[in-house]
Write a protein that binds this ligand. Sequence first.
Ligand SMILES: [Zn+2]
Length: 110
Amino acid sequence: MKARSHLDCCQAPALERLRVLDESTHDLEAVMRCTACGSYWFYRFLEYVNWAGGDDDLTSWFAPLTEAEGTNLLEAADRSAMDLSFLTTRASWMDDNEGVRRVPGLPGYR
Ligand SMILES: [Zn+2]
């Protein structure tokens, strides 16, 4: 996977996908890890289909995880055993049609 310059775990981030937590046509959640520095990231991708016409809105988030959080998500039995509520207040990177920016948390994990 190519480096993503906005990720800030180290000088040359290169993420590999360790575990897909949930995947559907328009939605993906995964635990990622940087092969350069070992940092864990939570990745979420959402596609908002624009039914009114025009471009669909592709949005992705990268939320930094502590090593303990990353390990917990890798060891959890399944998606329903994971407590992801901490993502609500985790400062993250959001990337959509308007570009990359910092956000104070991820939507949808309350
Ligand atoms: Zn890194």
